[in-house]
Design a protein around this ligand. Structure first.
Ligand SMILES: [Zn+2]
Length: 230
């Protein structure tokens, strides 16, 4: 089982060690292109990256892998699967914590070598317009999960098979996972990825996203130390 709480690099989770059976089939996925892309982040941080595109990922979406730091020589790269959030990543929306999480991930991965996997799963898989509809329902009092259900959409429609496929064609089957989401680790294990350890991200709490983060903790078991999660 998957029971860790908080921690940073070195928090090995024995429970998440490989179950031995690597059964993933990539369905013929392959690297389509790799191109160097120098990054200059909103906080002024500048770092070189290599952006990978893929052919024939099983979900047909245009996910990216962003190689950072000494990713080619790190036998157990630090990996952050980040679900696209246009409002948070691009416009700095304070309704969620995606923007600060993305910046933190790039900093931390660049320091040790690994991949940011940028997943085109806006709104936990429901799409941009539906996410905005859900925001309106949240303003009427529903939490982020119940709002999706009210729209007859899954509370969390994300599937991480494509993550496993990307890692496999990048030549890595063993990772340190930068995530607070227990479902990501469990799904990746199920797809044959060896998750050596799960490393928690920082907590980016504000008056605007307090209810959103609270729902993540209470509804889907995210590992996050809020001052008052109840
Ligand atoms: Zn977001």
């Amino acid at each position: 089982m998957f029971t860790s709480t908080q921690g940073f690099a070195g928090d090995a989770l024995d429970e998440v060690q490989s179950k031995g059976a690597h059964t993933l089939k990539t369905n013929g996925a392959s690297i389509r292109r790799e191109v160097p892309v120098p990054l200059r982040l909103a906080d002024g941080f500048e770092v070189d990256s290599v952006v990978f595109s893929f052919s024939d990922l099983s979900d047909g979406l245009q996910h990216l892998a962003v190689g950072l730091g000494d990713f080619r020589n790190n036998p157990v790269p630090l990996v952050r699967p980040h679900s696209e959030c246009l409002t948070g990543d691009v416009f700095g929306s304070a309704r969620c914590d995606c923007g600060p999480q993305l910046l933190e991930a790039i900093h931390r991965i660049a320091a040790v070598g690994g991949y940011l996997l940028y997943l085109r799963q806006e709104g936990r898989g429901i799409g941009l317009y539906n996410k905005l509809d859900a925001y309106a329902l949240q303003d009427a009092g529903l939490d982020t999960y119940d709002a999706n259900l009210e729209l007859h959409l899954p509370a969390d429609g994300r599937d991480y098979r494509a993550v496993a496929e990307m890692l496999e064609v990048l030549g890595t089957r063993k990772i340190d996972l930068l995530s607070n989401n227990p479902d990501k680790a469990l799904q990746l294990e199920g797809y044959g990825v060896d998750v050596r350890s799960r490393i928690s991200t920082g907590v980016f709490l504000s008056d605007h996203n307090r209810n959103y983060l609270r729902a993540k903790v209470l509804r889907s078991g995210h590992f996050m130390a809020l001052d008052d999660p109840k």
